[in-house]
Ligand binder design. Structure first.
Ligand code: F6P
Length: 517
């Protein structure tokens, strides 16, 4: 498992030279004028996702250098190490094996260890899907409340919304994540204890927000006359013992080799399984698995996660672009940007490499955005005419699942028009009405938004984040950066009662005083 940090490869210096020579002045309009084959050359079909990369500031020579960078960095060996279940999360001494949650039960395995792990995966999956079907059939349960945060919230919430068209139960799904009691209180106000199922989702079963919300939900349940915790509470966790101590006996486990932000495919996906049913959930896994196979086996030159990840490195480290706007032109994908923020920023928001050495280059960009066309009437002004270049990643879906005739063509016309406008611009001497153009975008196209295509889209995003993280030489699978705030909050909480400001900085002490007054 040898990786060479990207800046220590010969290709890195060559890319720097290429950027200085003509990369920085690259003009998309000239590139299209010069090459009628550009769309074909810079598009890539992958399972259930088609990508048009042609509106990016890249030419064949740069792309070849980026492939060389990938080879020289040892990307392929690192990828294979992940799929083989090696301990690539070195700071936590863990395997990184979320991909093993997705193959069918009879998939070929490469080792006895893998075969055993896959058997465990399917044992739990079968039990969880049987439970999901039982809940779906249970007429007495009307509301499902998922209590979890971070990866135990963003994935299931995003996916349940995205696949709303496939939700056939008529049950209401609620997601409570914030420790802010307003959220839980507002949800509880709509519920009846006798018809509610709480899913307490926490990999560690120690996260303070989730534990606080779960305690309050349990208290509310008994105060409301609720009986039978085993029927009305289930825990989704790697820490089954802690869930039992909490008083929850209905549990679905997973393993420490599933990172929180990669856990949607595990028991954490139970809300989705309840919403779309066992077959739908299996299709979701199959779509992701198809993308895994593509990432594992397609040559670099025809490998979509690789091409996207390399473009991310080119933009972040050579062009210096610090963010990427995610523009899903499908309202059901409106939580996708939030989901991708955790995926990319918690994975690649690192300032040291795997050996602990400080990095001399930038890492995670900031993914952000809203669904289209809403974003157009909010921040697209800046994307078209602002001083910073922000690459945009459009996601469009060919087929509509509604019958309101005029809407979908209009939606698709808008997504095409935005990508076009960003690139072609519009000359106007007046200044204010001048659009500089040459603003890059990627266009991801799904035929239909289904469990399988959503699975493929999310796995694609996981792997593109893997690619840039691998080249940067970082550990994309730990998240030490969230720990300090947790420790300090524990220290501050009792001070809000006692008023003790000993050892606090002046600002924290001042604010604490105001909050107590
Ligand atoms: O604090 C960050 C984090 O650890 C995320 O990585 C994780 O998804 C989230 O908290 C929730 O953790 P858990 O599922 O253990 O409650």
């Amino acid at each position: 498992m040898t990786r060479t940090r990207c800046d220590r490869t010969p290709a890195w210096a060559q890319l720097e030279a290429a950027y200085q020579a003509d990369g920085k002045d690259f003009d998309l309009r000239d590139a299209f004028a010069a090459d009628p084959q550009r769309f074909a050359q810079f598009s890539q079909a992958a399972p259930l996702v088609f990508a048009d990369l042609s509106k990016n500031r890249i030419d064949a020579a740069t792309q070849e250098l980026l492939f060389q960078l990938a080879r020289e960095s040892g990307l392929l060996a690192h990828r294979d190490a992940m799929f083989a279940g090696e301990v690539i999360n070195t700071t936590e001494q863990r395997e990184v094996w979320h991909t093993l949650l997705r193959p069918p039960a009879d998939a070929t395995t490469a080792s006895a260890h893998e075969a055993q792990a896959l058997a465990q995966v399917h044992g739990t999956l079968d039990a969880m899907l049987a439970f999901a079907e039982a809940v779906r059939a249970d007429g007495a349960i009307a509301d499902i409340v998922n209590i979890g945060i971070g990866g135990s919230d963003l994935g299931p919430q995003m996916a349940v919304l995205a696949l709303d068209a496939f939700a056939t139960t008529g049950k209401r799904m609620h997601f409570v994540s914030n420790v802010d009691g307003h959220e839980l209180a507002a949800t509880l106000a709509k519920l009846k204890a006798s018809s509610t199922l709480f899913l307490v989702a926490s990999k560690t079963f120690t996260t303070i927000e989730t534990m606080t919300n779960a305690q309050s939900a349990k208290r509310w349940f008994t105060t409301q006359g609720g009986v039978d915790i085993a029927r009305h509470f289930a825990a989704l966790t790697t820490n089954v013992a802690a869930a039992n101590d909490f008083g929850i006996t209905t549990t679905f486990g997973f393993w420490d080799w599933v990172g929180g932000r990669y856990s949607l495919w595990s028991a954490i996906g139970l809300p989705l399984a309840i919403a779309i049913g066992a077959d739908g959930f299996r299709a979701f896994l199959a779509g992701a698995h198809a993308m895994d196979q593509h990432f594992r086996s397609a040559p670099l030159e025809a490998n979509l996660p690789v091409r996207l990840g390399l473009l991310d490195v080119w933009y972040r480290n050579f062009h210096g672009f610090t963010s990427r706007s995610i523009a899903p032109y499908h309202s059901a994908l409106r939580r996708l940007p939030a989901y991708l923020q955790q995926l990319e920023m918690e994975s690649n928001g690192k300032r040291v490499d795997a050996s602990g050495a400080e990095l001399p280059f930038g890492t995670s960009p900031v993914p952000w955005g809203e669904s289209g066309t809403n974003g157009q009437h909010a921040y697209f002004q800046m994307l078209h005419q602002g001083t910073d270049v922000v690459p945009v990643e459009f996601v469009a879906v060919k087929k509509a699942r509604h019958t309101l005739g005029a809407h979908h063509p209009l939606l698709l016309a808008n997504v095409l028009a935005q990508a076009q406008a960003l690139m072609v611009g519009k000359a106007d001497a007046g200044g204010h009405k001048h659009f500089p153009g040459n603003r890059p975008s990627t266009f991801l196209l799904l035929d239909d938004l289904t469990p399988a295509s959503l699975g493929a889209l999310i796995a694609l995003q996981e792997h593109r984040v893997f690619v840039s993280g691998a080249l940067w030489g970082i550990n994309s699978f730990d998240q030490w950066g969230v720990e300090l705030g947790k420790v300090l909050a524990k220290d501050i909480a009792p001070r809000l009662d006692s008023g003790d400001t000993t050892g606090l900085d002046g600002s924290t002490a001042g604010l604490l005083g105001m909050l107590r007054a």
